[in-house]
Design a protein around this ligand. Sequence first.
Ligand code: KG4
Ligand code: ZN
Length: 334
Amino acid sequence: MGSRIVLGIESSCDETGAGLVRDGRLLGHGLASSMDEHARFGGVVPEIAARAHVHALRPVIQRALDTAGLRMSDIGAVAVTTGPGLSGALQVGVAGAKAVAYALGVPLHGVHHLAGHVAADTLEHGPLPDPCMVLIVSGGHTSLLLVRDLARDPITHLGDTLDDAAGECFDKVARVFGLPYPGGPAIQRAAHTGNPRAVAFPRPLPGSYDFSFSGLKTAAARWAEGHTGRDLPVADGAASLQEAVADVLTRKAVAACVEHGVGTLIVVGGVAANSRVRALAEERCRAAGIALRVPPPGLCTDNGAMIAAVGDLLVRAGAAPAPLDLSIDPSAPL
Ligand code: KG4
Ligand code: ZN
Protein backbone atom coordinates (compact mmCIF):
# COMPACT_ATOMS: atom_id res chain seq x y z
CA MET A 1 0.00 0.00 0.00
CA GLY A 2 1.37 3.43 -0.98
CA SER A 3 1.45 6.57 1.12
CA ARG A 4 -1.92 7.83 2.36
CA ILE A 5 -0.74 11.44 2.39
CA VAL A 6 -2.88 13.62 0.12
CA LEU A 7 -1.64 16.91 -1.31
CA GLY A 8 -4.50 19.35 -1.94
CA ILE A 9 -4.15 22.33 -4.28
CA GLU A 10 -6.53 25.31 -4.39
CA SER A 11 -6.32 28.13 -6.96
CA SER A 12 -9.92 29.03 -7.87
CA CYS A 13 -9.73 32.71 -6.97
CA ASP A 14 -7.00 34.86 -5.39
CA GLU A 15 -5.56 32.40 -2.85
CA THR A 16 -2.94 29.84 -3.80
CA GLY A 17 -3.20 27.05 -1.25
CA ALA A 18 -1.51 23.71 -0.64
CA GLY A 19 -2.38 21.33 2.18
CA LEU A 20 -1.32 17.87 3.27
CA VAL A 21 -3.84 15.57 4.95
CA ARG A 22 -3.66 11.95 6.07
CA ASP A 23 -6.60 10.06 7.58
CA GLY A 24 -8.57 13.21 8.38
CA ARG A 25 -5.62 14.94 10.00
CA LEU A 26 -3.98 18.13 8.72
CA LEU A 27 -0.21 17.63 8.51
CA GLY A 28 0.84 20.96 7.02
CA HIS A 29 -0.24 23.73 4.72
CA GLY A 30 0.98 26.76 2.80
CA LEU A 31 -0.95 29.77 1.54
CA ALA A 32 -0.24 32.82 -0.60
CA SER A 33 -2.67 35.54 -1.61
CA SER A 34 -2.72 38.04 -4.44
CA MET A 35 -5.36 40.05 -2.54
CA ASP A 36 -3.10 43.13 -2.21
CA GLU A 37 -2.59 43.24 -5.97
CA HIS A 38 -6.37 43.40 -6.52
CA ALA A 39 -7.09 45.92 -3.76
CA ARG A 40 -6.78 49.04 -5.92
CA PHE A 41 -9.27 47.57 -8.43
CA GLY A 42 -11.84 46.88 -5.69
CA GLY A 43 -12.17 43.22 -6.69
CA VAL A 44 -10.27 40.24 -8.07
CA VAL A 45 -8.74 40.76 -11.54
CA PRO A 46 -8.68 37.29 -13.18
CA GLU A 47 -5.50 37.81 -15.20
CA ILE A 48 -3.56 39.09 -12.19
CA ALA A 49 -4.84 36.19 -10.07
CA ALA A 50 -3.77 33.59 -12.66
CA ARG A 51 -0.28 35.04 -12.98
CA ALA A 52 0.11 35.20 -9.19
CA HIS A 53 -0.78 31.49 -8.93
CA VAL A 54 2.02 30.66 -11.38
CA HIS A 55 4.54 32.35 -9.10
CA ALA A 56 3.09 31.10 -5.82
CA LEU A 57 2.22 27.46 -6.48
CA ARG A 58 5.65 25.84 -6.18
CA PRO A 59 6.70 27.78 -3.02
CA VAL A 60 3.30 27.15 -1.40
CA ILE A 61 3.59 23.37 -1.96
CA GLN A 62 7.13 23.51 -0.54
CA ARG A 63 5.88 25.41 2.51
CA ALA A 64 3.20 22.79 3.13
CA LEU A 65 5.85 20.05 2.92
CA ASP A 66 8.23 21.97 5.21
CA THR A 67 5.59 22.61 7.89
CA ALA A 68 4.69 18.89 7.81
CA GLY A 69 8.35 17.81 7.82
CA LEU A 70 7.76 15.84 4.63
CA ARG A 71 9.32 15.52 1.17
CA MET A 72 7.63 15.55 -2.22
CA SER A 73 8.18 11.77 -2.51
CA ASP A 74 6.02 11.21 0.61
CA ILE A 75 2.88 12.32 -1.28
CA GLY A 76 0.52 9.42 -2.09
CA ALA A 77 -2.23 11.26 -4.01
CA VAL A 78 -3.00 14.75 -5.36
CA ALA A 79 -6.37 16.53 -5.15
CA VAL A 80 -7.09 19.79 -6.93
CA THR A 81 -9.98 22.25 -7.28
CA THR A 82 -11.48 21.95 -10.77
CA GLY A 83 -14.26 24.50 -10.20
CA PRO A 84 -16.22 26.60 -9.78
CA GLY A 85 -13.87 29.56 -10.08
CA LEU A 86 -11.89 31.76 -12.46
CA SER A 87 -10.80 29.68 -15.45
CA GLY A 88 -7.26 31.02 -15.78
CA ALA A 89 -6.71 30.63 -12.05
CA LEU A 90 -8.10 27.08 -12.00
CA GLN A 91 -5.90 26.11 -14.98
CA VAL A 92 -2.74 26.93 -13.05
CA GLY A 93 -3.65 24.74 -10.07
CA VAL A 94 -4.84 21.84 -12.23
CA ALA A 95 -1.70 21.97 -14.40
CA GLY A 96 0.47 21.98 -11.27
CA ALA A 97 -1.48 19.09 -9.72
CA LYS A 98 -1.14 17.03 -12.91
CA ALA A 99 2.60 17.68 -13.00
CA VAL A 100 3.05 16.47 -9.41
CA ALA A 101 0.79 13.42 -9.89
CA TYR A 102 2.51 12.48 -13.16
CA ALA A 103 6.04 12.95 -11.81
CA LEU A 104 5.32 10.92 -8.66
CA GLY A 105 3.10 8.35 -10.40
CA VAL A 106 0.28 8.88 -7.86
CA PRO A 107 -3.50 9.20 -8.33
CA LEU A 108 -5.09 12.57 -9.15
CA HIS A 109 -8.55 13.63 -7.91
CA GLY A 110 -10.64 16.61 -9.07
CA VAL A 111 -12.49 18.41 -6.26
CA HIS A 112 -15.49 20.75 -6.23
CA HIS A 113 -14.54 23.99 -4.47
CA LEU A 114 -17.69 23.97 -2.31
CA ALA A 115 -17.10 20.36 -1.21
CA GLY A 116 -13.72 21.67 -0.07
CA HIS A 117 -15.34 24.37 2.07
CA VAL A 118 -17.61 21.72 3.64
CA ALA A 119 -14.72 19.32 4.32
CA ALA A 120 -12.62 22.08 5.93
CA ASP A 121 -14.60 21.57 9.09
CA THR A 122 -13.62 17.88 9.36
CA LEU A 123 -10.00 18.94 9.92
CA GLU A 124 -11.05 20.72 13.10
CA HIS A 125 -14.08 18.78 14.35
CA GLY A 126 -13.75 15.28 12.88
CA PRO A 127 -16.04 13.35 10.50
CA LEU A 128 -19.25 15.04 9.32
CA PRO A 129 -22.46 13.83 10.98
CA ASP A 130 -24.90 12.27 8.49
CA PRO A 131 -26.96 14.25 7.65
CA CYS A 132 -25.76 17.80 8.29
CA MET A 133 -26.83 21.21 7.02
CA VAL A 134 -24.10 23.38 5.56
CA LEU A 135 -24.28 27.13 5.01
CA ILE A 136 -21.53 28.24 2.64
CA VAL A 137 -21.07 31.99 2.71
CA SER A 138 -18.22 33.44 0.72
CA GLY A 139 -17.46 36.13 -1.84
CA GLY A 140 -18.84 33.96 -4.61
CA HIS A 141 -21.44 31.80 -2.87
CA THR A 142 -24.34 31.87 -0.46
CA SER A 143 -25.55 28.28 -0.50
CA LEU A 144 -27.56 26.11 1.81
CA LEU A 145 -26.67 22.43 1.36
CA LEU A 146 -27.93 19.18 2.81
CA VAL A 147 -24.90 16.90 3.05
CA ARG A 148 -24.76 13.17 3.74
CA ASP A 149 -21.55 11.29 2.89
CA LEU A 150 -19.31 13.78 1.11
CA ALA A 151 -17.27 11.11 -0.70
CA ARG A 152 -20.24 8.99 -1.84
CA ASP A 153 -23.54 10.88 -1.96
CA PRO A 154 -24.42 13.88 -4.07
CA ILE A 155 -24.96 17.08 -2.09
CA THR A 156 -28.57 18.35 -2.04
CA HIS A 157 -28.68 22.01 -3.00
CA LEU A 158 -31.53 23.59 -1.00
CA GLY A 159 -31.03 27.24 -1.82
CA ASP A 160 -28.71 29.88 -3.15
CA THR A 161 -28.47 33.60 -3.55
CA LEU A 162 -30.72 34.99 -6.25
CA ASP A 163 -28.28 37.83 -6.92
CA ASP A 164 -25.19 38.90 -4.93
CA ALA A 165 -23.38 36.59 -2.51
CA ALA A 166 -23.17 37.71 1.13
CA GLY A 167 -19.42 38.36 0.88
CA GLU A 168 -19.92 40.27 -2.35
CA CYS A 169 -22.47 42.46 -0.55
CA PHE A 170 -19.88 43.22 2.17
CA ASP A 171 -17.18 43.88 -0.45
CA LYS A 172 -19.32 46.23 -2.55
CA VAL A 173 -20.83 48.18 0.34
CA ALA A 174 -17.38 48.53 1.95
CA ARG A 175 -16.24 50.27 -1.21
CA VAL A 176 -19.11 52.77 -1.01
CA PHE A 177 -18.31 53.32 2.69
CA GLY A 178 -14.69 54.10 1.74
CA LEU A 179 -13.38 50.95 3.46
CA PRO A 180 -10.59 48.78 1.99
CA TYR A 181 -10.93 45.51 0.07
CA PRO A 182 -11.75 42.80 1.10
CA GLY A 183 -14.82 44.43 2.55
CA GLY A 184 -15.96 41.73 4.99
CA PRO A 185 -13.14 42.06 7.52
CA ALA A 186 -13.18 45.87 7.08
CA ILE A 187 -16.94 46.02 7.78
CA GLN A 188 -16.43 43.83 10.86
CA ARG A 189 -13.66 46.11 12.18
CA ALA A 190 -15.73 49.25 11.53
CA ALA A 191 -18.86 47.64 13.06
CA HIS A 192 -17.01 47.17 16.33
CA THR A 193 -17.77 50.71 17.52
CA GLY A 194 -21.11 51.07 15.71
CA ASN A 195 -24.74 50.61 16.71
CA PRO A 196 -26.35 47.64 14.89
CA ARG A 197 -29.79 49.26 15.31
CA ALA A 198 -28.76 52.66 13.96
CA VAL A 199 -30.01 52.06 10.39
CA ALA A 200 -33.07 49.95 9.52
CA PHE A 201 -31.65 48.19 6.45
CA PRO A 202 -33.94 45.70 4.70
CA ARG A 203 -33.61 42.07 5.76
CA PRO A 204 -34.62 40.24 2.57
CA LEU A 205 -36.13 36.80 3.09
CA PRO A 206 -37.16 35.51 -0.36
CA GLY A 207 -39.16 32.29 -0.57
CA SER A 208 -37.85 28.79 0.13
CA TYR A 209 -34.17 28.61 1.06
CA ASP A 210 -32.90 31.25 -1.30
CA PHE A 211 -31.18 34.48 -0.32
CA SER A 212 -31.03 37.94 -1.89
CA PHE A 213 -28.53 40.64 -1.03
CA SER A 214 -28.72 43.12 -3.88
CA GLY A 215 -31.61 45.09 -2.28
CA LEU A 216 -29.64 45.38 0.94
CA LYS A 217 -26.53 46.44 -0.98
CA THR A 218 -28.48 49.14 -2.83
CA ALA A 219 -30.13 50.35 0.37
CA ALA A 220 -26.72 50.65 2.05
CA ALA A 221 -25.32 52.53 -0.94
CA ARG A 222 -28.28 54.95 -0.97
CA TRP A 223 -27.91 55.52 2.75
CA ALA A 224 -24.21 56.34 2.26
CA GLU A 225 -24.99 58.70 -0.62
CA GLY A 226 -27.37 60.55 1.70
CA HIS A 227 -24.38 61.70 3.75
CA THR A 228 -21.57 63.92 2.61
CA GLY A 229 -17.92 62.91 2.96
CA ARG A 230 -16.80 63.02 6.54
CA ASP A 231 -20.37 63.07 7.87
CA LEU A 232 -20.84 59.41 6.97
CA PRO A 233 -21.30 57.43 10.20
CA VAL A 234 -19.39 54.43 8.86
CA ALA A 235 -19.36 52.48 12.14
CA ASP A 236 -23.16 52.60 12.47
CA GLY A 237 -23.67 51.73 8.80
CA ALA A 238 -21.23 48.82 9.03
CA ALA A 239 -22.78 47.49 12.25
CA SER A 240 -26.31 47.76 10.82
CA LEU A 241 -25.32 46.06 7.55
CA GLN A 242 -23.49 43.28 9.39
CA GLU A 243 -26.51 42.73 11.64
CA ALA A 244 -28.89 42.48 8.65
CA VAL A 245 -26.64 39.97 6.85
CA ALA A 246 -26.08 37.88 10.00
CA ASP A 247 -29.82 37.91 10.72
CA VAL A 248 -30.99 36.59 7.34
CA LEU A 249 -28.19 34.02 7.05
CA THR A 250 -28.74 32.46 10.46
CA ARG A 251 -32.55 32.71 10.34
CA LYS A 252 -32.73 30.70 7.10
CA ALA A 253 -30.05 28.19 8.05
CA VAL A 254 -31.65 27.35 11.38
CA ALA A 255 -35.12 27.10 9.78
CA ALA A 256 -33.70 24.67 7.18
CA CYS A 257 -32.28 22.47 9.98
CA VAL A 258 -35.59 22.45 11.86
CA GLU A 259 -37.68 21.74 8.73
CA HIS A 260 -35.40 18.89 7.61
CA GLY A 261 -34.93 17.44 11.10
CA VAL A 262 -31.16 17.94 10.86
CA GLY A 263 -29.30 18.22 14.19
CA THR A 264 -26.06 19.86 13.02
CA LEU A 265 -25.37 23.12 11.21
CA ILE A 266 -21.95 23.79 9.74
CA VAL A 267 -21.11 27.33 8.64
CA VAL A 268 -18.14 27.67 6.27
CA GLY A 269 -16.70 30.08 3.69
CA GLY A 270 -15.04 33.46 4.13
CA VAL A 271 -18.07 35.14 5.74
CA ALA A 272 -18.14 32.39 8.43
CA ALA A 273 -15.09 34.22 9.79
CA ASN A 274 -17.43 37.09 10.74
CA SER A 275 -17.76 37.30 14.51
CA ARG A 276 -21.38 38.54 14.46
CA VAL A 277 -22.46 35.76 12.06
CA ARG A 278 -20.78 33.27 14.40
CA ALA A 279 -22.35 34.72 17.57
CA LEU A 280 -25.88 34.91 16.14
CA ALA A 281 -25.61 31.38 14.69
CA GLU A 282 -24.54 30.14 18.12
CA GLU A 283 -27.43 31.89 19.86
CA ARG A 284 -30.09 30.64 17.43
CA CYS A 285 -28.74 27.09 17.20
CA ARG A 286 -28.67 26.82 20.99
CA ALA A 287 -32.30 28.00 21.17
CA ALA A 288 -33.33 25.41 18.54
CA GLY A 289 -31.29 22.53 20.06
CA ILE A 290 -28.99 22.33 17.03
CA ALA A 291 -25.26 21.62 17.27
CA LEU A 292 -23.19 24.30 15.51
CA ARG A 293 -19.80 23.67 13.92
CA VAL A 294 -17.72 26.52 12.51
CA PRO A 295 -14.12 25.91 11.47
CA PRO A 296 -11.49 28.36 12.73
CA PRO A 297 -11.19 31.49 10.51
CA GLY A 298 -8.03 30.20 8.78
CA LEU A 299 -9.94 27.17 7.49
CA CYS A 300 -13.06 29.20 6.59
CA THR A 301 -11.45 31.19 3.78
CA ASP A 302 -9.99 29.53 0.67
CA ASN A 303 -7.08 27.19 1.40
CA GLY A 304 -5.41 24.02 0.15
CA ALA A 305 -6.03 22.00 3.31
CA MET A 306 -9.78 21.84 2.58
CA ILE A 307 -9.10 20.39 -0.87
CA ALA A 308 -6.70 17.85 0.63
CA ALA A 309 -9.46 16.97 3.13
CA VAL A 310 -11.85 16.05 0.28
CA GLY A 311 -9.03 14.16 -1.50
CA ASP A 312 -8.40 12.21 1.70
CA LEU A 313 -12.11 11.27 1.94
CA LEU A 314 -12.11 10.19 -1.73
CA VAL A 315 -8.95 8.10 -1.30
CA ARG A 316 -10.34 6.42 1.82
CA ALA A 317 -13.67 5.75 0.05
CA GLY A 318 -11.77 4.07 -2.81
CA ALA A 319 -12.93 6.61 -5.41
CA ALA A 320 -11.62 6.15 -8.96
CA PRO A 321 -8.84 8.65 -9.76
CA ALA A 322 -9.25 11.25 -12.49
CA PRO A 323 -7.45 10.91 -15.82
CA LEU A 324 -4.37 13.04 -16.40
CA ASP A 325 -6.32 15.08 -18.97
CA LEU A 326 -8.67 16.22 -16.18
CA SER A 327 -10.25 19.51 -17.22
CA ILE A 328 -11.40 22.51 -15.26
CA ASP A 329 -15.09 23.34 -14.84
CA PRO A 330 -15.28 27.09 -14.04
CA SER A 331 -19.07 27.05 -13.56
CA ALA A 332 -19.29 23.59 -11.99
CA PRO A 333 -22.75 22.76 -10.68
CA LEU A 334 -22.90 20.79 -7.43
O1 KG4 B 1 -14.26 31.80 1.00
P1 KG4 B 1 -13.53 33.01 0.57
O2 KG4 B 1 -12.13 33.24 1.06
O3 KG4 B 1 -13.41 33.11 -0.99
C1 KG4 B 1 -14.46 32.82 -1.85
O4 KG4 B 1 -14.59 31.64 -2.27
O5 KG4 B 1 -15.20 33.79 -2.14
O6 KG4 B 1 -14.45 34.27 0.97
C2 KG4 B 1 -14.07 35.59 0.73
C3 KG4 B 1 -15.20 36.51 1.18
C4 KG4 B 1 -14.98 37.98 0.85
O7 KG4 B 1 -16.18 38.51 0.30
C5 KG4 B 1 -14.69 38.62 2.20
O8 KG4 B 1 -15.11 39.97 2.27
C6 KG4 B 1 -15.48 37.73 3.13
O9 KG4 B 1 -15.35 36.43 2.61
N1 KG4 B 1 -14.98 37.77 4.51
C7 KG4 B 1 -15.68 38.27 5.55
C8 KG4 B 1 -14.82 38.19 6.69
N2 KG4 B 1 -13.64 37.63 6.30
C9 KG4 B 1 -13.75 37.38 4.96
N3 KG4 B 1 -16.91 38.77 5.60
C10 KG4 B 1 -17.34 39.22 6.80
N4 KG4 B 1 -16.60 39.19 7.92
C11 KG4 B 1 -15.34 38.69 7.92
N5 KG4 B 1 -14.62 38.69 9.04
ZN1 ZN C 1 -14.19 29.74 -1.42
